[in-house]
Design a protein around this ligand. Structure first.
Ligand code: AMP
Length: 218
């Protein structure tokens, strides 16, 4: 099963991608994570990507498509994969069609207000990368990671001005993908408001139904 999770920043693509991946034993590929790894390594690609990422802009298509292609071709993806954060433009979606067949696209939707609250409240551990939220998942000690004692910080692209910028870009460049996949008959909407467990249940029930249908069609 090859699946895409679409949705605005903060809609829970990463969290739910991870849960679905565990349930179906298929890897989740996040282009955001792959790019952040390159930035950390200070590779040529990472250096090029950083300035776009810090400003909340999209990294140019050719760079992202290249890194995605390399990862999908790995043997761990032979039984399927989940894409989180890719495609983000029609151009990327068209490039993806040449790389792999997509069975299902889940579209997570939620309000502007919830998006801002979710993202700007996030804190990340500098040392181990664990993620917290000021209100929803607070650390036991202010500013300190429960797991490794590392310092917590707010990612550059999670600051309010940058988040607004990312949302504008989502509206202009990524939202058209909803119609792109709707026209192919493989887009399914999920209400992403509420606690992780509640949204996760909505997704797993929908997927069970869709997979049954898919198997019948094969
Ligand atoms: P994410 O963790 O998915 O929110 O991605 C973080 C940042 O990485 C984005 O704000 C973009 O700058 C960049 N990025 C991730 N995926 C893509 C993509 N498919 N196309 C362009 N830029 C991307």
């Amino acid at each position: 099963m090859n699946l895409i999770i679409l949705g605005p920043p903060g809609s829970g693509k990463g969290t739910h991608g991870e849960i679905i991946g565990k349930d179906y034993s298929i890897p989740k590929i996040s282009t955001g994570d792959l790019l952040r790894k390159e930035v950390k390594r200070k590779s040529e690609l990472g250096i090029k990507a950083k300035k776009y990422m810090d400003a909340g802009l999209l990294v140019p298509d050719n760079l992202v498509i290249e890194i995605l292609k390399k990862n999908i071709e790995r043997s761990s993806c032979k039984n399927g994969f989940i894409l989180d954060g890719f495609p983000r433009t029609i151009n990327q979606a068209m490039a993806l069609e040449k790389i792999a067949h997509i069975d299902i696209v889940l579209n997570l939707s939620l309000s502007h207000k919830t998006i801002i609250e979710r993202i700007t409240g996030r804190l990340t551990c500098k040392k181990c990368g664990a993620i917290y939220h000021i209100k929803n998942i607070p650390p036991k000690k202010d500013g300190i990671c429960d797991i490794c004692g590392g310092k917590l910080y707010q990612r550059e692209d999670q600051k309010k001005e940058v988040v607004e910028n990312r949302l504008n870009i989502y509206e202009k460049q990524t939202k058209p993908l909803i119609d792109f996949y709707k026209n192919k008959g493989i887009l399914f909407n999920v209400n992403a408001e509420g606690e992780v467990d509640v949204v996760s249940k909505r997704i797993s029930e929908l997927l069970k139904r869709l997979i049954k249908q898919l198997n019948q069609n094969y």
